[in-house]
Design a protein around this ligand. Structure first.
Ligand code: SF4
Length: 117
């Protein structure tokens, strides 16, 4: 569903049916239920970009809200865990790398195995 910031996010829920105005972040609701979500958090949230870059079914995201300094805006901070490799994921955009190891390309002229055929 499209967030108030205009990006698709799999964790955003909005109910506008018959004048309702209910909006929720289901990721923050699940991982940090004591922290209050507000729509302005979506603007700088990394989750829509992570979801677009990596759709691995084994990667689980956890979000929390941080404010680095009292005069700065609150921000969503995300960490990721892979349930297949059972490790923290350094970059959730890429994943842990177990399912999709780096591909190796060999560039060169391939010789014909049987020239008589
Ligand atoms: S805060 Fe982030 S995860 Fe939550 S609904 Fe907004 S964009 Fe999605």
């Amino acid at each position: 569903m499209r967030t108030p910031a205009g990006k698709e996010c799999p964790y955003f829920y909005g109910d506008y049916f018959r004048g309702r105005q209910q909006e929720e972040c289901r990721l923050l609701q699940r991982s940090a239920p004591d922290q209050r979500w507000t729509a302005d958090l979506c603007a700088a949230c990394p989750v829509p970009d992570i979801a677009r870059a990596n759709s691995c079914e084994h990667q689980q995201l956890y979000a929390s809200i941080k404010r680095n300094f009292p005069f700065l805006k609150r921000q969503v901070v995300v960490r990721a865990y892979c349930h297949k490799s059972q490790q923290e994921v350094n970059d959730p955009h890429i994943g842990c790398g177990q399912c999709h190891p780096n591909l190796e390309f060999i560039i060169g002229v391939e010789s014909d195995p049987d020239p008589s055929a």
